[in-house]
Design a protein around this ligand. Structure first.
Ligand code: C2E
Ligand code: CA
Ligand code: CA
Ligand code: CA
Length: 279
């Protein structure tokens, strides 16, 4: 039994070593990946729930690794956050989103709002406001076209500091969206103090909305709260026509999800803007 126990222990440590080695490997590859030009932004469109026109695009990062291929965010963002590399990636994302928006404007395409995700680590950086302002200046982009998506849990982490930071960002003229709403603990009194423009209802309340009366009730409550605070509401993760109808009925202003489009490359955005998407 002792030998078996030892064998089992050996097995676990081997497994753990392998996992740790794999992590170190990704971490090593992640450092400098932005400087090596290995990241790409893909874009997912957002539509007006009633008129059906395009209202904006959410920029979502992808890692084009030379050997491992295209890597989706869940496979590297958490590690990038733990190690702090997210700050380098996030700065690149901001600059690239602004550059792309400028290029589309120069190509004569319609003005579009572009949303960029900010990590909680970026919020803690002293120079965040400067980084955002520099990205806008470098592309000569009107600040109102840039929206920053900040998760509910990131702002509720330290709400007093968040109020001041969000106000400083807001003073640049950018828009602010609260992301993944409903998944964290929100203090409703704080929600009123944050200078927000947009509330994004998390996918988890949408996926089952046609069957789950509780989800529908939560969405209705979130919409009413947001509208009373003067915020516009977007539902994410919309995958079916039934969900579209239900979310429209419940008062969501905008919709985003695979039902309309998966995230796509900048080239596909351009083509779709010239063909299928109304603005
Ligand atoms: P998120 O900000 O909530 O972004 C939405 C995610 O849901 C995207 O996954 C998108 O592809 C996916 N999605 C959109 N519509 C649907 C749908 O109808 N059904 C389903 N099942 N999924 C849908 P993605 O691109 O893999 O990104 C995952 C997460 O990684 C993002 O969640 C965000 O938290 C993070 N992320 C992505 N890009 C960035 C970035 O540039 N910076 C930071 N800090 N985080 C990022
Ligand atoms: Ca987001
Ligand atoms: Ca989200
Ligand atoms: Ca549910």
């Amino acid at each position: 039994a002792k030998a078996a126990g030892r064998a089992k222990f050996q097995f676990y440590t081997d497994e753990m070593n392998r996992a740790a080695t794999a992590r170190l490997d990704i971490e090593r590859k992640l450092r400098g990946a932005a400087a090596r030009g290995e990241f790409e932004l893909w874009y997912q469109p957002q539509f007006d729930s009633r008129q059906g026109h395009l209202t904006g695009l959410e920029a979502l990062v992808r890692w084009r690794h030379p050997e491992d291929g295209l890597i989706a965010p869940p496979r590297f963002i958490p590690l990038a956050e733990e190690t702090g590399v997210i700050v380098e990636i996030g700065t690149w994302v901001l600059r690239e989103a602004c550059r792309q928006a400028r290029q589309w404007l120069d190509a004569g395409l319609p003005q579009l709002r572009i949303s960029v995700n900010l990590s909680v680590r970026q919020l803690r950086e002293k120079c965040l406001v400067e980084t955002v302002s520099a990205a806008l200046a470098a592309s000569d982009l009107r600040p109102g076209l840039l929206e920053l998506e900040i998760t509910e849990s990131a702002v509720m982490d330290n709400p007093d500091e968040a109020v001041a930071l969000l106000q400083a960002l807001k003073d640049l003229g950018v828009r602010i969206a609260i992301d993944d709403f409903g998944t964290g603990h929100s203090s409703l009194s704080y929600l009123k103090l944050f200078p927000l423009d947009h509330l994004k209802i998390d996918r988890s309340f949408v996926s089952d909305i046609e069957h789950d009366a509780n989800d529908a009730m939560i969405v209705a409550a979130a919409v009413s709260l947001a509208h009373n605070l003067g915020l516009s509401v977007i539902a994410e993760g919309v995958e079916s026509a039934v969900q579209v109808a239900r979310l429209r009925e419940l008062g969501c202003d905008e919709l985003q999800g695979f039902h309309f489009s998966r995230p796509v490359t900048a080239d596909v955005v351009e083509n779709s803007l010239r063909t299928v998407w109304r603005t």
